[in-house]
Design a protein around this ligand. Sequence first.
Ligand code: GMT
Length: 373
Amino acid sequence: MRIGIVCYPTFGGSGVLATELGKALADKGHQVHFITYQQPVRLSEFNANIFYHEVRVPTYPLFDYPPYETALSSTMVDVIVNNNIDLLHVHYAIPHASAAYMAKMILGKQGKRIPVITTLHGTDITLVGRDKTFEPVVTFSINESDAITAVSNNLRDETYKHFRIDKNIEVIQNFVDVKRFNKKPIDAFRKVIAPNGEKILLHASNFRKLKRVEDVVHIFAKVLKKVPSKLLLVGDGPERPVAESLCRELGICDDTRFVGKQEQIEEILAVSDLFLLTSDYESFGLAALEAMAAGVPVISTNAGGLPEINVDGKTGFLSNVGDIENMSMHAIELLSNPEMLKQFKANAFAHAQHFDIDRVVPMYEELYSRFLN
Ligand code: GMT
């Protein structure tokens, strides 16, 4: 098949998932054309079946707001016509679903039918999409998609709850390449971070308010009082200065490292003992699944789709949003009990297999095949 994939090229989960899907499809012999405004972060290696088409938005003094969506639709039309694309798979509804609708209409006038599949990822529905400014366009373009998928049952339910969707939303849960995350820890790396054999706690996110990174810092401060440990914070975003300042206030800077955006997250996960995800909401929580694939148990909130991946008392623990006491209590319990930690690590790894790339990618292929003549 010749598949066009439209996504955000950034570190966010939707872009990561779309890129990993494209790479997996290319490995299976499909031709994949990424259409986005920058080379996706996880698209680093060469693959003869992968093509990347950059969306360029011309500047003009009149444009206070460069018309990205118009440029995106036009690029879609160009790529589809010139590469004989069979279908378009857009990740994150805003503005990709409406741009795809426009491209589909333009191509329809030229006698070319292009099926559009929209995958909903989370904030496109739960936060941004619900905003009155976007809602009519989001509802319309989702309904006009030939197929709609959501990355968790929770997100499907949220979508039906908040939008008037008259079509079936299929759930295809996110996936992880377990082989890639099943790495041996690099001893030298572990020694640099935890020279005295301290436990390593990890958080990775885009540091948006919704991630409640301050809760991560508070939890770690409590853990540190009981368990010799270090905290690694991966990623960057608006709340990073707030978290940094909280570390200073709590006097835990020597045991905390902000390492910024990292491409090789699997190497950091390989040396980690526990992953913390304190979000107000996660449609799925791909970062938590990647941790589990690396054999790292997860202490998370029970928000959104997180209970669909993190099994309470088995692969980690679930707590109510903001319940710092409960999350630190569980973290201390796990980190101070070697047998329990070993068992949870094994459980996390075993459970991640249910979401392995080899199980999930064929579901997308099956979906695509329904739209081919
Ligand atoms: O986590 C983010 O804020 C980034 C966001 C995105 O769209 O890139 O992530 C969403 O999609 C991911 C991949 O499907 C999910 O794993 C995340 O849970 C989801 N984020 C939220 O729902 C807040």
